[in-house]
Design a protein around this ligand. Structure first.
Ligand code: HEC
Length: 356
């Protein structure tokens, strides 16, 4: 018997798991819940890191995986296999997260199968889940598959902690049928060998959403060992790489030439690294950048001069750098709509109330 993620793999008993047929009532409920999902995703913060104390394992970790990789077939629009996975109620009803008569948990078993197995989920003609995504689902189920517990209320082993620390929560991906961003789709998938080499270095590399071949790369998991040499591994996937997080890593200005080649980047995290204005000189080529985080780096006003052509830039973080308000203002004049975050500022002291 094979064992994957601590779960026994045994043959499935499919008929026993297919829920009763849907009643009209269930369908109406579905309509309402999917509408609520759409609504709630509009106001949620995009592209931020997880807050273990405030975020729930289900909504902030599991939902983004299911939404981007599963609910196109098991969701509001389609119920392949006669079940849906887009709300807690539907997941419960699907019986895919509870052991069957043979003690097998269908969801964990199906995602853990080898990529060429005809039962693997997502099906074999789709890209497989990343190793990290498989681990996260296995962890959530093993921890009781709670829909409301905060991450910090669950046991978080080191490997899971590492993956969670590298996750970027994005509500945008939860909007059914809407792309997370507006780049033209690349013609083909990224080179599998190049992706494997990146994965092998311990860096988290993931498809951004179900409906795109674009990739996100996150090095926070291996930030301590990640350095200029590893940035070279990213150049072969430059046509696909659109989100990159190398914050807290050991990269320096020596990687600037390689970073400057990653022309599809829309989001770049460089905070808490030792990069300087020399790197900004190269970043000035990344005209698709919308988000750039330079918090606690050695950049200055002179470096911002190189960013003036980044007309798509909407958010720039330069807290705890040499950048001044004057420098920020100058860049904002060149890039209309740019929000420059210089960090926390003490509120101006209120004038004392006149005494009566
Ligand atoms: C391209 C469509 C498609 C996608 C995407 C997809 N599935 Fe499926 N899934 C199916 C079909 C069709 C079946 C029914 C046939 C079968 O059992 O293989 C199925 C069956 C299943 C079953 C078996 C249910 C049971 O009762 O045994 C599970 C569990 C499952 N899917 C989970 C997932 C998960 C989790 C994802 C995302 C990681 C996913 N699926 C993505 C099409 C899809």
């Amino acid at each position: 018997m094979r064992t994957v993620l601590g779960v026994n793999l045994q043959p499935l008993n499919l008929p026993a798991m297919i829920p009763d047929r849907f009643t009209a009532f269930a369908l109406i409920t579905l309509l309402f819940t999917s509408f609520a999902l759409l609504q709630s995703s509009v106001s949620a913060e995009d592209g931020r890191k997880l807050d273990f104390k405030a975020d729930t394992a289900y909504e902030h970790v599991i939902v983004p995986i299911l939404t981007s990789r599963c609910i196109g077939c098991h969701g509001a629009d389609k119920a392949k296999g006669k079940f849906r996975l887009h709300t807690p109620e539907e997941i419960t009803k699907s019986k895919t997260i509870v052991p069957d008569e043979e003690g097998v948990i269908p969801m964990v078993m199906r995602i853990s199968l080898p990529g060429d197995d005809e039962d693997v989920m997502p099906p074999e003609d789709k890209d497989p889940l990343s190793a990290g995504q498989k681990k996260l689902i296995g962890w959530w189920v093993a921890e009781g598959a709670s829909f409301d517990k905060k991450i910090s209320e669950l046991k978080v082993p080191d490997d899971i902690n590492g993956i969670l620390a590298g996750l970027v929560y994005s509500a945008a991906k939860q909007v059914v049928g809407k792309k997370a961003f507006s780049l033209p789709e690349p013609a083909g998938a990224a080179d599998a060998g190049a992706v494997a080499a990146i994965e092998k270095s311990g860096v988290l590399i993931m498809q951004l959403a179900q409906d795109t071949k674009y990739l996100s790369v996150n090095a926070i998991n291996v930030a301590k060992s990640f350095n200029d040499a590893q940035v070279k591994l990213l150049v072969p996937v430059k046509e696909h790489l659109t989100w990159l997080d190398v914050s807290r890593s050991g990269i320096t200005d020596a990687a600037a030439g390689d970073l400057g080649q990653l022309g599809m980047l829309t989001k770049l995290h460089l905070e808490n690294t030792s990069v300087t204005d020399k790197t900004l000189q190269q970043l000035g080529k990344l005209t698709r950048l919308e988000y750039l985080n330079l918090y606690a780096t050695k950049v200055s006003d002179a470096g911002l001069e190189h960013l003036k052509n980044l007309k798509n830039l909407k958010k720039l973080y330069v807290w705890q750098t040499g950048v001044t308000e004057g420098g920020a203002k100058k860049l904002q004049e060149a890039i209309p709509g740019l929000d420059v975050n210089l960090g926390w500022k003490a509120p101006e002291a209120k004038p004392a109330e006149p005494k009566k």
